[in-house]
Design a binder for this molecule. Structure first.
Ligand code: NAG
Ligand code: NAG
Length: 569
């Protein structure tokens, strides 16, 4: 009896002492919230937090090598894209990791939900008080000063020692994103009334110097206006931050600028995280209209899907992860061959760990055959942070080597658009496909900008495309918009048209583009842009020059040459 009591008591002691005995290791921390955010108060103890737990992949080097093999035109396996099951074998966590993480969660009476097909990401919902205890964290309310939007973050969190190596990150914690409403981060969009309509002609109309229409792009780059044939060759457009695509505006745009097309041509809507596509006037910004008009209006006849990612995720970063998960799960044949995204972040907003998992998800989707195009970003290097001119701030996802980053040019005799972001990331090293190009550029500029960029980082953009004064219909008017936001959807359309011809010829779609773009054959299909300077911090960024540069990449496409380069003629 006495003995039994003693045992019971010591068990209790062990149980209650456990959290204290457990060695906690600092996992991620940041010195302060990014510029624009202020600490307001402690987070309410009872407030429920939904946290994402990312576990490391079993064999990311194996996935990278598989991606390069199927994406390198010189490889025997070029175009033999992986299935989701094949990708999952690389991405899934090891059995040991799963077991360690599961044991820790159940010990804390937490039931996780698996949220990715490979099972590498879990979602848990727990009160702030428990999260603070579990991670030795201090979850607090931070206010985004400009918008007043509040988010709950911690400037540091810890993991029990036994989880080190088994958890990549807990999110949202130390990554901050601007609020998920308002204008896209990458936009230099101004609505200005424009009366003139460029005539359709094979020669480049001189009006294209001041206003860009689909006819200008067709004439400049030799883009065909004939309708595509393949119903499954989907070009998808990402929609975030309550930017919606308006059907009536699309019809007005096609009526004005694609008189040769059925003006009722439209897109398919797909939604996730509570996304919608409200048609109410003046309720949305211009980004989605721009993206939809310059995909439907350039990739003639191609099936376009507008993917509206809603706000029922913890923040914008989760939306970026969720859209890739959603697309990955779609069957081959219904999964988009091309995805264009005109939204992004400043690199320091996301922790390295979060950025790495996001970049890995692009690696996985690229291996499955989807071309991922992102605008490189606008501004110096992206608007709000331009005051700090000690270092250039790279953008995400353009810093990821497994996406294709698109910069902007202007004028008929093309030069770099002055707002077009480009440079070198900090989080990911220079990929092999661009190593010679990056080394060549850095050696050519000598000490210019030295100390302001990371000479070991992935260089971006990869290519460029017109991006100034695109004529769009918005809010029942027409006007012009500028930004790399214009360049990415329009270039995505070129890839969709090429894929259509490839599929018709019995070949695979292009998938991850960069090894092809940087190959001798691929780069020959681009017109090198050698003039213009990007914004850097506010002025005096990088300058374009002969060959690849972090302003205009390899240059702008020529459709006829691209056909030859991909083996169509
Ligand atoms: C134009 O497209 C709409 C919507 O797909 C379709 O209903 C209509 O028949 C088409 N018109 C012509 C002339 O092809
Ligand atoms: C520079 O880039 C390399 C390669 O990504 C990285 O290892 C290094 O940490 C970066 N340096 C800084 C200061 O971020």
């Amino acid at each position: 009896m006495v003995f039994a009591t003693a045992v019971f008591a010591s068990l209790l002691l062990i149980a209650s002492a456990k959290p204290l005995e457990r060695r906690m290791v600092m996992h991620e921390t940041r010195a302060a919230a990014p510029q624009g955010f202020v600490h307001t108060s402690a987070a309410p103890a009872a407030k429920e937090l939904t946290l994402r737990i990312a576990m490391p992949p079993t064999d990311i080097a194996g996935l990278e090598s598989a991606l390069m093999t199927v994406s390198d035109p010189a490889s025997d396996l070029y175009g033999q894209h992986l299935t989701l099951d094949e990708v999952n074998e690389f991405v899934k966590p090891t059995a040991e990791t799963l077991q360690t993480v599961s044991a820790w969660l159940s010990e804390n009476n937490i039931t996780p939900k698996t949220i990715t097909p490979a099972g590498d990401q879990l979602s848990i919902t727990i009160p702030v008080s428990q999260a603070n205890e579990l991670f030795s964290a201090e979850f607090s309310v931070f206010t985004h000063v400009e918008s007043g939007a509040e988010s709950i973050r911690t400037l540091a969190y810890h993991l029990p020692a036994e989880l080190i190596g088994h958890v990549d990150f807990i999110h949202p914690t130390v990554s901050f994103t601007p609020p998920i409403s308002g204008q896209p981060l990458f936009s230099a969009i101004e609505k200005t009334p424009v009366a003139e309509v460029a005539p359709v002609s094979d020669a480049v109309p001189t009006s294209c110097n001041t206003v860009i229409t689909p006819a200008c792009l067709q004439a400049m780059y030799g883009i065909p206006a004939t309708a595509t044939k393949n119903k499954n060759n989907i070009l998808a457009v990402s929609g975030f931050i309550d930017e919606w695509a308006n059907q009536a505006d699309l019809k007005q745009f096609l009526t004005a600028f694609r008189t040769d097309m059925n003006s009722s041509t439209t897109f398919t809507l797909q939604t996730l995280d509570g996304g919608v596509n409200t048609q109410t006037r003046s309720s949305a910004g211009v980004e989605a209209n721009l993206d939809i008009q310059y995909t439907i209006g350039v990739a003639t006849g191609a099936p376009i899907t507008f993917i509206s990612v809603g706000d029922s995720n913890s923040d914008g970063i989760s939306g970026f992860l969720d859209i890739i998960t959603t697309i990955s799960k779609e069957a081959t044949g219904t999964r988009p061959n091309v995805l264009t995204t005109s939204y992004g972040f400043n690199e320091p907003d996301l922790s390295r760990a979060v950025a790495t998992t996001l970049c890995n998800s692009y690696m996985a989707l690229g291996a499955m055959g989807t071309s991922l195009l992102f605008s490189s970003g606008d501004g110096g290097v992206s608007g709000s942070q331009s005051q700090s001119c000690t270092t250039f701030i790279p953008t995400i996802p353009s810093n990821c080597p497994w996406v294709t980053s698109v910069g902007a040019t202007q004028n008929i005799a093309e030069t770099a658009a002055s707002f077009s972001s480009g440079g070198f990331g900090n989080y990911f090293p220079i990929p092999s496909y661009q190593a010679t190009d990056v080394a060549g550029y850095i050696s050519a500029i000598g000490t210019t900008n030295s100390g302001k960029y990371n000479a070991s980082g992935r260089g971006f953009p990869d290519i460029s495309f017109q991006g100034v004064n695109f004529e769009i219909a918005w809010d029942a008017q027409t006007g012009t918009v500028s930004g790399t936001s214009c360049s990415s959807p329009a270039f995505a359309s070129v890839i969709a048209l090429l894929n259509d011809e490839l599929i018709t010829a019995g070949k695979s779609p292009l998938g991850f583009l960069n090894p092809f773009l940087y190959s001798t054959t691929g780069r020959a299909a681009f017109t090198d842009i050698t003039t213009g300077t990007n914004p850097g911090c506010s002025t005096n960024g990088f300058s374009a020059r002969a060959g690849w540069d972090p302003v205009t990449g390899l240059g702008t496409p020529n459709y006829a040459k691209l056909r030859t380069a991909v083996g169509l003629s």
